[in-house]
Design a protein around this ligand. Structure first.
Ligand code: F6R
Length: 608
């Protein structure tokens, strides 16, 4: 969603804040704004559109002097993207200025009260309520005023606040919306996410719910909403600063696809020791692992598609029943959970609102929650009972690629571990699975080697109106993700269908020339999928197939075939997804779109 950056220190604030915002642009970007204390007053500049508009307006921040500032990139929720609705928002006098991520749920009631007291609003946002409410309670003591306001607002927030009469201080607070505080020799920072400040410091504090931070140029203090000072642990982030740079790639998405072999290695290697799988962070004893009766996988978007694959993998290998839920459905459908169940939530950002609520809902019912998460210290990571980190590093492109691949292998590791403990995978099978698992990074590299072929093919489909993905079993799950990748960044309508289901209605949409991507990596389902290819071919479809090496017979039916190397069929997703990610990428590039910033989307969805 939106991005926040703030700085107070020895250097000019505005260039640092804008540079930080540029690293967060992936979170939300229909408008941006910055406020800086220039020595006399707080000066605010805002602009609808991309961050570049604000950068031009301020000469990359250079024409905004001052040593403390807050900035924001906005993804509109309350009020259309516009200069007026862009953050920061201020009280009438411009002496209290706020940037905000999240949603103030009772803002209408608060606004009505403030209007009755004579306050005038200039935007349609919920955030402006905060600025006026701070003004209403302001008694010269920022901390006391902030706590009063926080006691009155409902909803979620990450806040950066400047008070003109306290120019040497910057305040921050959070509830259900991420915010970190960083410190370096040159000053202190706030940010919604680590990449924004990685260039300046690796030393960060993760603010917890309803905590407030008071930053000065060389110090930070933390408080509860009851104004009690608290100690917080400094965490050193070991992310590679280059990971948040494009490193010569035209778009982050391509860079991140190319990082997949490393991501998969980094997620697997630390968990394999002396030929066994060791997942210390599981936090479950062997007895508890043996007792698991049912697994519920809960996630959104691509992470949900990982869950769909995992269902096939876990049920197929272990015969443990698995339910996969969209987090937005799970939390409201009163799911049937019993004490021997395990809930596994999956999230790259660790901040997805619905997934976080699923964690809370499950824990409230006394069910253990394991989180597969990428962002260290994120809300989901902190609230789940145990965390399996995918070591994918920062993922900047809105469309997930490397985190998806890391989540897949996390499930392979978990399944193999469970199979070992429960005695359902014998030594020989385990050794072969381990060999295939460890071969995946090199095999992904081989898949990446087909880049030019895929680029060439994608160029032919830049003008496609509708694309279908079909497959059975795990191949269906692969299709779900291939289809989402294509539609989110190329804006081409696309659907994924279980191959056997197409003829129950949707086949009527197949016209001469319609592209059908058929995934046929599963040996036991191969013949069935080939029959489905015939069905669409006879309606005039053009078929691109993805099959296991050696399945030459598919060339008789499909028009274009890509092959994946031999692997255990349960792991095929990790290889077959690569050409589909590349296909979506090149169609988007071919259409001239900004691949990393697809319209209407945000990287981390912190609202319901
Ligand atoms: C698609 C995509 C989204 C996310 C979804 C969940 O490319 O990135 O569908 O997978 O919003 O996000 P996380 O994994 O952060 O919970």
């Amino acid at each position: 969603m939106c991005g926040i950056v703030g700085y107070i220190g020895k250097k000019q604030a505005a260039p640092i804040v804008l540079d930080g915002l540029s690293k967060l642009e992936y979170r939300g970007y229909d408008s941006a704004g910055i406020a800086v204390f220039d020595g006399k007053e707080i000066v605010t500049k805002k602009a609808a559109g991309r961050l570049a508009v604000l950068e031009n307006l301020t000469h990359n921040g250079e024409n905004m002097p001052g040593f403390s500032g807050i900035g924001h990139t906005r993804w509109a929720t309350h009020g259309a993207p516009s200069d007026l609705n862009a953050h920061p928002h201020s009280n009438g006098a411009g002496t209290i200025v706020v940037v905000h991520n999240g949603i103030i749920e009772n803002y209408m009631a608060l606004k009505n009260k403030l209007v009755k007291k004579g306050y005038e609003f200039s935007s349609e946002t919920d955030t402006e309520v905060l600025a006026h409410l701070l003004d209403y309670y302001y008694d010269g003591n920022p901390l006391q005023t902030i706590t009063k306001v926080l006691h009155r607002v409902e909803g979620s927030y990450a806040l950066g606040i400047l008070f003109a009469d306290h120019p040497d201080e910057l305040y921050a607070a959070r509830k259900n919306s991420p915010l970190i505080v960083g410190c370096s020799e040159d000053g202190c920072f706030i940010a919604s996410d680590v990449p924004a400040i990685l260039k300046y410091t690796r030393n960060v504090y993760y603010l917890d719910n309803q905590e407030i931070a008071r930053l000065t140029a060389d110090d930070v203090k933390f408080y509860t909403v009851d104004e009690e000072e608290i100690e917080k642990q400094l965490v050193t982030v070991d992310w590679d600063a280059n990971a948040a740079e494009k490193a010569g790639y035209e778009f982050f998405m391509l860079k991140e696809i190319y990082e997949e072999p490393k991501t998969v290695t980094d997620t697997i290697s630390p968990r394999i020791r002396n030929g066994e799988i060791v997942i210390e962070e599981l936090g479950l004893t062997d007895e508890e692992l043996k007792a698991i009766n049912r697994i519920h996988i809960v996630a959104c978007g691509s992470a949900y598609h990982v869950g769909v694959t995992a269902k096939y993998v876990i049920e197929g290998m272990l015969r443990i029943p698995v339910e996969v839920d969209l987090a937005s459905e799970f939390r409201y459908r009163d799911p049937i959970l019993s004490p021997e169940d395990l809930v596994i939530v999956v999230s790259q950002s660790g901040e997805t609102a619905d997934t976080l609520e699923a964690v809370r809902e499950s824990k409230a019912r006394g069910i253990k929650v394991l989180a597969i998460v990428n962002v260290v210290g994120s809300s989901i990571a902190r609230e789940a009972d145990s965390v399996f980190y995918t070591w994918a590093g920062p993922e900047i492109s809105v469309a997930t690629t490397k985190a998806y691949s890391a989540q897949l292998v996390a499930f392979y590791l978990l399944t193999m571990k469970l199979g070992r403990v429960r005695g359902v995978i014998d030594d020989r099978r385990f050794a072969k699975l381990l060999e295939d698992l460890q071969a995946l990074p090199d095999q992904i590299e081989l898949m990446l080697g087909q880049k030019e072929k895929i680029q060439h093919f994608a160029n032919r489909y830049v003008a496609a109106r509708s694309v279908f993905f079909i497959g059975r079993g795990i191949d269906y799950a692969i299709g779900l993700e291939g289809s989402l990748k294509l539609k989110e960044i190329s804006y081409i309508h696309s659907e994924a269908y279980a191959a056997g289901e197409l003829k129950h209605g949707t086949i009527s949409l197949i016209e001469p020339g319609t592209l059908v991507v058929a995934v046929a990596t599963q040996p036991e389902l191969f013949a069935k999928t080939v029959s489905n290819i015939k069905e669409v071919k006879s309606r005039g479809a053009f078929v691109m197939a993805i099959a296991e090496r050696g399945r030459k017979e598919i060339e008789k039916e499909a028009d274009y075939v890509l092959y994946i190397p031999f692997t255990d069929p349960f792991f095929a997703n990790s290889l077959a997804i690569i050409p589909l990610q590349l296909f979506a990428y090149y169609v988007s590039v071919g259409k001239g779109y900004d691949v990393d910033h697809p319209r209407n989307l945000a990287k981390s969805v912190t609202v319901e």
